[in-house]
Design a binder for this molecule. Structure first.
Ligand code: COA
Length: 251
């Protein structure tokens, strides 16, 4: 079933090295394996935010985030989700440089991606652009912005599908930067027979992610997505706990 309009909450935070103190188990082990302090801080804040958002949206202080790779079945990596009985909610994480974002929706399959706007060599960009997409972006007023926007829209869709980059972004044709975000077509096997018009997409407002970054969310089973951005809560626990719960699917 496809909902006409689905709200998607997006929490935006800055990496904080102190967040490693709040991790345990698999998240802590993964984080400690990273050598660069900046990488460690990004992962620590990402994992902490994922855990806090899972508890906030489910309303269950014991809600857990689990992951499973759709390619190899490993539970050590892959798309995160909130463990049953809260798996009707969707959750997704992305980090880039000084930005960490977590998106959550009452539709189970949500994807988010953020990137710092960067230069794309046309030959490299051709590897992720479907025919016609690269030419459109190179014609635009700001080709680097257009190409980075195209990339995050594609990656958000592939994350919502649960494949991530195991499925080539070139197979997903996405709307141009000036157009309403959305999937035009895909040439990969569609997730569970979902049609492009059943994937809602939205860009993250630059007022929240900053002019140097672009971001997008995608929700499978939605025609349109309305994004509500929540800036880094402080203090984290009380602000997250105070927010209204997302509606459960079908209610
Ligand atoms: C994970 C991936 C999307 C990372 O993209 P990125 O732009 O470098 O990083 P981002 O910060 O935007 O996203 C990373 C997060 O995406 C999430 N993620 C990982 N795999 C995912 C998937 N298949 N679908 C949705 N989300 C995924 C994770 O939460 C991850 O962060 P975490 O590992 O710290 O929890 C990309 O590298 C990828 O798809 N890799 C896996 C490819 C694969 O499946 N190979 C087969 C392995 S057996």
């Amino acid at each position: 079933m496809t909902a006409a309009l689905v709200p998607c909450k997006v929490w935006v935070a800055r990496p904080d090295p102190d967040d490693v103190r709040h991790l345990q188990g698999q998240s802590l082990a993964r984080c400690l394996r990273l050598r660069q302090p900046a990488d460690r801080a990004r992962m620590a804040t990402g994992q902490r935010l994922l855990a806090l958002v899972a508890r906030a949206v489910s309303g269950d202080p014991s809600a857990r985030v689990v992951r499973r790779c759709s390619t190899c079945g490993s539970t050590q990596h892959g798309a995160p989700r909130i463990a049953a009985p809260h798996d009707r909610f969707g959750i997704s994480l992305s980090h880039s440089h000084e930005l960490v974002v977590v998106a959550a929706s009452d539709q189970a399959r949500v994807g988010v991606d953020v990137e710092r706007v960067r230069h794309h060599e046309p030959r490299a960009a051709a590897l992720f652009c479907a025919p016609g997409e690269l030419a459109a972006d190179l014609r635009s007023a700001r080709p680097d912005l257009a190409l980075t926007t195209r990339w995050v829209r594609k990656e958000a869709v592939l994350k919502a599908a649960g494949w991530g980059l195991a499925s080539p972004p070139v197979d997903v044709r996405i709307s141009d930067v000036g157009d309403r975000p959305g999937v035009r077509s895909w040439s990969c096997a569609a997730p569970a027979g979902i049609r492009p018009e059943q994937v809602g997409c939205a860009d993250l407002p630059s007022a929240f992610v900053g002019e140097d970054y672009v971001g997008a969310v995608a929700v499978i089973g939605a025609q349109r997505v309305v994004v509500e951005v929540i800036l880094q809560p402080d203090p984290w626990e009380s602000r997250l706990g105070a927010g209204p719960r997302l509606r459960s699917a079908g209610s």
